[in-house]
Design a protein around this ligand. Sequence first.
Ligand SMILES: O=C(O)CCC(=O)C(=O)O
Ligand SMILES: [Fe+2]
Length: 268
Amino acid sequence: MISAATHDPFFTTVTSSAFHRDAIADLAAGRTAAIRVPDLLPAHECAEIMRALSERAFDTYDTDRIQPAVMRCGVGVSDHRADGRIAPSYWTALLASRRMWQDLDLPFDPFERCRTALGAHWPHPVLVGRSGGREMGPGVAREPNGGFQIHFDDAIREFTGNLLDANLIAQFAFNLYLSVPDRGGETVIWRHRWHPDDERLRLPHASYGYAESVVGDAEALLIRPVVGEALLLDPRNFHAVRPGQGARRVALGFSVGMADSGELLVWG
Ligand SMILES: O=C(O)CCC(=O)C(=O)O
Ligand SMILES: [Fe+2]
């Protein structure tokens, strides 16, 4: 008998002081669902980034596709996809995005910090991915105060052919929480991966999200974000962000692909 009470010992969260090689390999292999690294960035640096960002107007993601609205600072390729490829508008938006991050005048590059931490114990380089020879964006700051609908992320299904100039054998989603709500705002991950029948439960208007019933009574992990903490998850498992109340919910986020060379290639 399968029921929600049945626990899969491979559906767990590992909390660690760093991104250890074994933990990254386990996540890629499907032996765990997520890695949490508390205090990846000290609280004062998170506050410094938040201060710099607070003077910027966040854009909203394409509101046809993303409801409730999610604010973001920087460019994400999900808003620049046309017929399974990167739309030319991505590259122009990326120029503006790079300029915006530079203009924040931070004494450190937050995305580079995240990549360095990700690669601290990994035996291969962690690099920003390339597509058609061009360097992709390093990530975005996202503000889903109203939450994210249940969805999955998988470049292999979202793009035709290879998104990056590499063969990816695994994909992760990286989040570093800069500000968290007083209540709510949890990340929920379900032990359910996309099945063709799930398309019947896709929300209308080409939304990225699915009805909650898509995950049935699958086992779930509930993760309360903490300022300074990094979360690396397997985004093929359906996941959502619950609406938050009180303070803003802002995270640095990017996708990470593991290439057949062993390199970890990121993109935003
Ligand atoms: O903000 C989060 O905790 C998760 C956001 C998300 O959907 C992702 O990283 O793929
Ligand atoms: Fe996601």
